[in-house]
Every structure is written in structure tokens, then in C-alpha cells.
Design a protein around this ligand. Structure first.
Ligand code: GAL
Length: 389
């Protein structure tokens, strides 16, 4: 009995010591993460549209377009170079950007992007090589973090190719600590495609973590990713977000209603909004989708709660995201192959009539509703609402 009590007391003391010594460091790390990404990061990334065809000219022109198109005013701020910028390491191990494609160097590019009031992101890999076989950061974590800090980088995406035998939880923590040591606030984007359930250790490690493999510009792939995020909402919050991958809006592979579904799902999921199209040549339709203020406000709501699936029936799904002002953003999705009507019951939202409904795509009040609201939703489409009492 005494021995048992002794063991219990020893365990309790160990626990208390552990929590006392690590709590301040964890709180500090959590606070700075929150400050870096209090709402899901918004910006642009080169990969979905340009692949390896990146250059300083593309990045400068994209920064210019982010401002002139109104994207910056709508909240987009990161201009992120994905894979293929780096080509080698110098004799002292410093990572080297492709001198042919980035002749002025990344520091000058960061200065340019900053002069526009925007921020610059770069890409590396926690393994030995990037996915396109450029040098990775394995065993160079601190050196690379210091280089990024010296360049004035604001965001780093760290991929997971060529990582055989490595543990993502360990490797990404190394990178997190390297960034902290480098001393510049840099948003840390974990890209291990959901390996080892990053939502479990990601919140203590980075600002966002990919939950799945790559998106592509097809409705089937986008919808499999987006609709499979249910249940992950408990892991996200201010400073740390689930990342279902970047946007394909405007790249041409989906119908307008399908792109609406893409955008609506991503904002309900409080997902990072990283446009993946050519910002220099957007159609009016693409601009409207990417820059719809009322839809973006759902993503960027300060409460920072990721939405979840409230109801489903066959191909119909209703997703809900609670917002800071007590209202709720609601998506009525039709995954079917023909138009179908969907009914939203206020009681299911914990509300009683009359409630105010607003159509966020059309910027239109739909008037007071007593018990329920029924909408005809096109094939692969969505009705996007804000419901308030
Ligand atoms: C993948 C990653 C993509 C993109 C690509 C570059 O692993 O998920 O988002 O970064 O590598 O090679």
C-alpha cells in the first residue's frame, strides 16, 4: 500500500515538474505561432500552375498582380515560391538559388515583395532532396533557417520527399527549433501529406500541416480531399491550421459550380487560402470567386473554428462553421449528378425562427426564415449562407 502511494506521489511530482518546466516555453511558442497566423494564411503559391517553371520575373509579376488585381486588398499577402528554386549548396553548405532563374538572388526578391506590402515564402524538404530532386534540408535545418532569416523570408513550406527512415514528428520539430533559433518570425508550413497524422503533433510544431496528398485541378480529387476533412476540426485553431492543400480556382479544370464548391469548402474548413493560378491573367469570374469578401470573411473569422459536416443524406451534405458574432456559416452541398433541393432546418443549427439568412455568393439577404429554408442546388454546386438570429 505504502509502496503504491509512494509511486503515485513520485509520478505526480514528475508530472508537476514536467509541466512547470515546459509550460512557459510551450506558452511562448504557442503565443508566437498565434501571432504569426491568427487566421489561416492567405496568399499564392507557384506549384499548381507553374510547377518547376519559377523565376524571379514570375514572382515579381505575381506580386505586382496581387496588388493591382485587388487580391492584396482582399487579404492575400504571401507570395510563395514552391519547389525548384534551389539548385545546389555552396562549399560552406549554404543553399543556392538557381542563378539563371533568380539572378538577383532571393534577398533582393524579398525586398521587392516587401516593398509592395507583401510577404515572401520559400520551399524546402525535411528529407535529403526535394520532390523535384533539389537539395533538401536534412542535416542543414539550422543553416537553412538562418539563410531564410537573412534573406528576409516570411513563410517556409517544408515537404517530405526522400525522407526514408525519418520520423516526421522528429524532423519537423527540428525545423521548428531551427526557425526559432534563426530569430525571424517565419510561418512554418508542414507538408507531409498526412503521414503520421500531423494534426496530432502539428499544433505544437507548425502553423499549418497538410492533411492529405496533392490536390489536382479536377472536381473528383478536390472533393475527395475537401469532404474528407470532417473530424479534424478539433485540431485547428488560431495559429495552427489543417491544410487540405492549395487552391486550384482559376486553373480551368473545373466547372464554375465546382470551383464554388472548392472555395466554399475551403473557407468552411478554415483552410489556408493559397491561390494556385496565374494572377496576371484572371477572368472576371475567377476574381469574383477568389475575392468575394463575404466568403473570405468566413475563412478569416477571428473565432478560428474549423467547420464540420452537420448532416448528410446520399449526395447531399450540410457543413457548418460557427463565427465570432454568434452567426453561423453554412454550406449546402450537392455532390450529385443533377440539381437537387436541400433543406436546412434551423433547429439543427441550434436556432429558432425567425432567423436572418444571407446568400454570400450573391451578397443578398434572403429575408427572415421561421423553421427551415430550402434551396435548389446545382450538380456539384453549393449554396453558401450566413445564418444569424
Ligand atoms: C509535393 C507537395 C506539393 C508540391 C510538390 C513540389 O510533395 O505536396 O504541394 O510542393 O511536392 O515538388
Amino acid at each position: 500500500m505504502n509502496v503504491y502511494r509512494g509511486v503515485l506521489i513520485a509520478a505526480l511530482l514528475t508530472f508537476l515538474q514536467g509541466s512547470c518546466s515546459t509550460a512557459p516555453a510551450q506558452t511562448k511558442a504557442a503565443q508566437s505561432a498565434r501571432q504569426l497566423a491568427p487566421t489561416p494564411p492567405m496568399g499564392w503559391n507557384s506549384w499548381n500552375k507553374f510547377g518547376c517553371d519559377v523565376s524571379e520575373q514570375l514572382i515579381r509579376e505575381t506580386a505586382d498582380a496581387m496588388v493591382s488585381s485587388g487580391m492584396q486588398a482582399a487579404g492575400y499577402q504571401y507570395v510563395n515560391i514552391d519547389d525548384c528554386c534551389q539548385v545546389s549548396r555552396a562549399s560552406d553548405g549554404t543553399i543556392v538559388a538557381d542563378p539563371a532563374r533568380f539572378p538577383s538572388g532571393i534577398k533582393a526578391l524579398a525586398d521587392y515583395v516587401h516593398s509592395k506590402g507583401l510577404k515572401l515564402g520559400v520551399y524546402t524538404d525535411a528529407g535529403r532532396l526535394t520532390c523535384q530532386k533539389r537539395p533538401g534540408s536534412f542535416d542543414h535545418e539550422l543553416q537553412d533557417a538562418k539563410t531564410y532569416a537573412a534573406w528576409g523570408v516570411d513563410y517556409v513550406k517544408v515537404d517530405w520527399c526522400y525522407s526514408e527512415g525519418l520520423d516526421p514528428e522528429v524532423q519537423y520539430a527540428k525545423f521548428r527549433d531551427a526557425l526559432a533559433q534563426a530569430g525571424r518570425p517565419i510561418v512554418f508550413s508542414i507538408c507531409d501529406w498526412g503521414v503520421k497524422a500531423p494534426w496530432k503533433w502539428g499544433p505544437a510544431t507548425g502553423n499549418l500541416w497538410r492533411t492529405t496528398g496533392d490536390i489536382s485541378d479536377h472536381y473528383d480529387r478536390m472533393s475527395v480531399i475537401g469532404f474528407s476533412q470532417n473530424g479534424l476540426e478539433k485540431f485547428a485553431g488560431p495559429g495552427h491550421w489543417n491544410d487540405p492543400d492549395m487552391l486550384e480556382v482559376g486553373n480551368g479544370g473545373m466547372e464554375p459550380d465546382e470551383y464554388r464548391t472548392h472555395m466554399a469548402l475551403w473557407v468552411l474548413l478554415a483552410a489556408p487560402l493559397l491561390a494556385g493560378n496565374d494572377l496576371r491573367s484572371m477572368t472576371a469570374e475567377t476574381k469574383e470567386l477568389l475575392m468575394n469578401r463575404e466568403v473570405i470573411a468566413v475563412d478569416q473569422d477571428p473565432k478560428g473554428v474549423q467547420g464540420h459536416r452537420m448532416w448528410d443524406e446520399g449526395p447531399l451534405e450540410i457543413w457548418v462553421k460557427p463565427l465570432a458574432d454568434q452567426s453561423q456559416a453554412v454550406g449546402l452541398f450537392n455532390r450529385g449528378e443533377s440539381a437537387l433541393s436541400i433543406t436546412l432546418n434551423l433547429r439543427a443549427l441550434g436556432m429558432s425562427g425567425p432567423a436572418k439568412l444571407r446568400d454570400l455568393w450573391e451578397h443578398k439577404d434572403l429575408g427572415p426564415v421561421q423553421d427551415s429554408y430550402t434551396a435548389e442546388v446545382p450538380k456539384h454546386g453549393v449554396m453558401m449562407l450566413r445564418v444569424s438570429q
